[in-house]
Design a protein around this ligand. Structure first.
Ligand code: DGY
Length: 332
């Protein structure tokens, strides 16, 4: 250790190390006094607060709530680095007010998340999870009458896709859609042309798309964007896919539209109030395919995210500009 600076890391990253044969935390461990949260349960608010005492850096995950109280309580804190692109779990205003940069990991997870978006789109449209359950549970053997209408779904190829959010991931989804012969519409808060995407207003996108993919960050302006009214505007028989953040969609309204058959299906990787379990209204529906927030979960991508979060953390500790800083605009 060449420095007395102290860092709290809220994950051992041991699983990544053993799978990849490389420890992404190595440079941090070699240079700083690292306090690594190694208990199997995630740290709660009080535990985070006490573990962060006297720390100059924090390397955290999306499951850690980094609220204003926590940020205020740690007077030495110089950098918050999250191993994620989304930073809605961190109180940006509180960090910016104290001049603390927030590191994040855009770019490295773009293609991997776009892959999962398409996986969910295809699985929801073609009832892949339903079919899998049917075979595994013995349903097929006990009802062997293969029929022309068995497990019929909707076509992805040649349909219209509406992408909400035209950042890196939204654009990567659009590129994949071109291969599926889709007409691609898009809406985002930032104007400007995007290759292969017809820009439209949100109501038009909702009304005309066979598939709606949410690829926008969760922020105060996008929380509840796809509410009951927006869902009611969606084309009957369409499919919603969300690999962004749960808070963007009203889960109750979505569950109702799916249960009533107004929407054909949904493919969801994210939910308001994660983790969710079988008691969740969406989990009771056969026309929903769900995954546990794994958009960026390929080994290669998670390693790159971990390495970038370490680099961001080290830069912040040493007073250098972060490679990827989520609140750069606030810091000036
Ligand atoms: C992110 O990076 O924000 C994802 O949601 C988690 O990998």
């Amino acid at each position: 250790m060449s420095s007395q600076l102290r860092v709290l890391v809220t994950d051992t990253m041991e699983d990544l190390s053993s799978r990849s044969g490389q420890d992404p935390l190595k440079p941090l461990k070699a240079n700083y006094d690292c306090q690594i949260w190694s208990k199997p349960e995630r740290p709660g608010k009080a535990e985070l607060q006490s573990a962060l005492e006297g720390c100059h850096g924090l390397l955290c995950l999306i499951t850690d709530r980094i609220d204003s109280d926590l940020i205020q309580s740690c007077s030495e804190l110089r950098v918050i680095s999250s191993c994620s692109v989304g930073v809605d779990h961190i109180d940006r205003e509180a960090a910016s007010t104290r001049g603390i940069p927030i590191g994040h990991t855009p770019g490295v997870l773009t293609e991997t998340t776009a892959d999962l978006t398409f996986a969910l789109m295809l699985a929801a449209a073609r009832r892949v999870a339903e079919g899998d359950t049917f075979v595994r549970s013995g349903g097929w053997k006990s009802d062997p009458n293969w029929g022309l209408a068995s497990f019929v779904g909707v076509d992805v190829f040649g349909s219209t896709l509406g992408i909400i959010g035209l950042g890196g991931i939204g654009r990567a989804v659009a590129r994949r859609a071109a291969g599926f012969g889709m007409r691609v519409m898009g809406w985002s808060r930032t104007p400007g042309p995007v290759a292969g995407v017809e820009r439209v207003e949100l109501p038009e996108l909702l009304n005309q798309s066979d598939f709606v993919s949410i690829n926008i960050a969760l922020a105060s302006e996008t929380r509840g964007l796809i509410d009951r009214e927006a869902i009611s505007r969606m084309k009957p028989g369409s499919v919603l896919v969300n690999t962004a953040r749960g808070g963007i969609v009203d889960d109750q309204a979505l569950a109702q539209a799916l249960a009533e058959g107004r929407l054909a299906a949904a493919g969801l990787d994210v939910f308001a109030g994660e983790p969710i379990g079988p008691e969740h209204p969406l989990a009771a529906l056969d026309n929903v395919v769900m995954t546990p927030h794994i958009g960026s979960a390929s080994l290669k991508t998670r390693m790159r995210m971990a390495e970038l979060s370490v680099e961001n953390c080290m830069a912040g500790l040493e007073g250098r500009p972060l490679l990827r800083c989520a609140n750069q605009a606030d810091l000036g």
